[in-house]
Design a protein around this ligand. Structure first.
Ligand SMILES: NC(=O)c1ccc[n+]([C@@H]2O[C@H](COP(=O)([O-])OP(=O)(O)OC[C@H]3O[C@@H](n4cnc5c(N)ncnc54)[C@H](OP(=O)(O)O)[C@@H]3O)[C@@H](O)[C@H]2O)c1
Length: 249
């Protein structure tokens, strides 16, 4: 069984390749320079002949989603899944309203990024592929709030953190280890402890220094976001277990 990971230079893609190699899986990671998923599908499938593709490539800036991101976020996973067994990384943001949300719950996207994820999920599932929803993932080298937080606090920065949205921070390595097992159907992979970004950042600041200011979502000036996109079941280690890992030594 050969697995190809596309988007393999991103936070989750990198962790998946590493987890696969550690588990002895025949796994190949392709970054955007090796394989632009919107253009290079045929060549990549011919060259690597995968039995499964883990689709980590995406335009992930939620506030920049629009017509320009459809090709990578919707059309590409749809096209790949019609040719090869595909595991699509999707997002807790497909849900609005109050969580925790079960895999069978009906998605209700509240912004363009989330609507594109819902569309991609439907295409991939219709083609017989699989969907793995994640949220609030952090790890070394990532660009997410949680990934960059430790170094910001360690520099003594004052960090504004949203205090009225529930989150389940999850380590990329834990997502990756579960993902290389290729779970079937629609699967939720999140940490099993709830907090807010303010709660998470305050716990880190207590160890690292820096200051954290609570901010309400409505005052943050972002595109609409779900207030409670928690996923169920939450089977991965909770954020208390992962928090030491993010602290620079
Ligand atoms: N991290 C989270 O908290 C989180 C939460 C919910 C869902 N997800 C989903 O999980 C997946 C992976 O996210 P991530 O956190 O690893 O994001 P990331 O660090 O931004 O990685 C995304 C990767 O996709 C690549 N990419 C973009 N356009 C591409 C294209 N046309 N062809 C090939 N590669 C392309 C990017 O390359 P460049 O760097 O060159 O642009 C980047 O390496 C995404 O579907 C994301 O929506 C993540």
């Amino acid at each position: 069984m050969r697995i190809v990971v596309v988007g393999a230079t991103g936070l989750i893609g990198r962790a998946v390749v590493r987890a696969g190699l550690e588990a002895g899986v025949d796994i190949v990671g392709l970054g955007r320079h090796d394989c632009d998923v919107t253009r290079d599908r045929e060549a990549a499938l011919r060259a690597h002949r995968p039995d499964a593709v883990i689709f980590c490539a995406a335009a992930t800036n939620v506030d920049a989603a629009g017509n320009g991101t459809r090709a990578v976020n919707v059309d590409a996973p749809g096209a790949w899944s019609r040719q090869v067994a595909t595991w699509l990384l999707s997002s807790n943001f497909v849900f609005d309203g109050w969580g925790p949300h079960a895999p069978s719950a009906t998605p209700r996207p509240c912004n363009t990024y989330a609507a594109q994820k819902v569309e991609a999920e439907r295409l991939v599932l219709a083609a017989g592929g699989h969907v793995v929803r994640v949220g609030w993932v952090h790890g070394p080298g990532g660009k997410t709030f949680a990934s960059t937080l430790p170094s910001r606090l360690a520099r003594g920065e004052t960090v504004r953190a949203i205090s009225d949205v529930l989150v389940q921070p999850t380590r990329a390595v834990d997502v990756a280890r579960a993902l290389v097992l290729l779970p079937r159907g629609v699967t939720h992979l999140v940490g099993n402890a709830d907090t807010t970004w303010y709660g998470y950042a305050s716990a880190l600041a207590a160890r690292l220094g820096g200051k954290v200011e609570p901010v309400r979502l409505a005052d943050f000036g972002l595109d609409p976001r779900p207030r409670d996109a928690r996923l169920w079941p939450a089977t991965l280690p909770g954020w208390h277990e992962g928090i030491e890992e993010g602290i620079p030594r």
